[in-house]
Design a protein around this ligand. Structure first.
Ligand code: 4NP
Length: 152
């Protein structure tokens, strides 16, 4: 059993969408040995459903989201095998909690797996328009495909 955690800031836009995309790919390919969750480094939206624009975008792409926002906790370092941050700022937020550098091997950036544009940030769509959500979806979709190829 491999365990994957996606991390963004609010846990209502990017990371719950990444969770939904990966879960959908796993169920379509009959893989049930990978556990997936998401969380945020911020606490603004704890307990909330994903942003309504995220839910709508996921729906347009055939994915139903089922997640309530939660904040990253230290135990996540131990519980998960792959901790994937949506941008460098949130990666820094988590790294700061790993002050002894015990978990560096588990920490990644989502776009380290992006075959089109490698290593940057998944843009935060929260303050942008509708187009931002499909752009985020496309980045996540192809990056998660490549992530899956690497871990399988
Ligand atoms: P997310 O987007 O990190 O992709 O969930 C955001 C959601 C909420 C806020 C920022 C980013 N906020 O500042 O409330």
């Amino acid at each position: 059993m491999s365990k994957v955690l996606f991390v963004c800031l609010g846990n209502i836009c990017r990371s719950p969408l990444a969770e939904g995309i990966l879960k959908s790919k796993l169920s379509r390919s009959g893989l049930n040995n990978i556990e997936v969750d998401s969380c945020g480094t911020g606490q603004y939206h704890i307990g909330e459903q994903p942003d309504s624009r995220t839910i709508a975008n996921a729906q347009e792409n055939g994915i139903t989201l089922d997640h309530r926002a939660r904040q990253f906790v230290y135990e996540d370092f131990e519980r998960f095998d792959h901790i994937i941050a949506m941008d460098r700022s949130n990666l820094q937020n988590i790294k700061r909690l790993d002050s002894d550098n015990n978990f560096a091997d588990k920490l990644h950036l989502m776009r380290d797996f992006d075959p089109v544009e490698n290593g940057g940030d998944v843009p935060d769509p929260y303050f942008g328009g509708e187009r931002g959500f499909q752009e985020v979806f496309d980045i996540l979709d192809r990056s998660i495909d490549h992530f899956l190829m690497k871990i399988r």
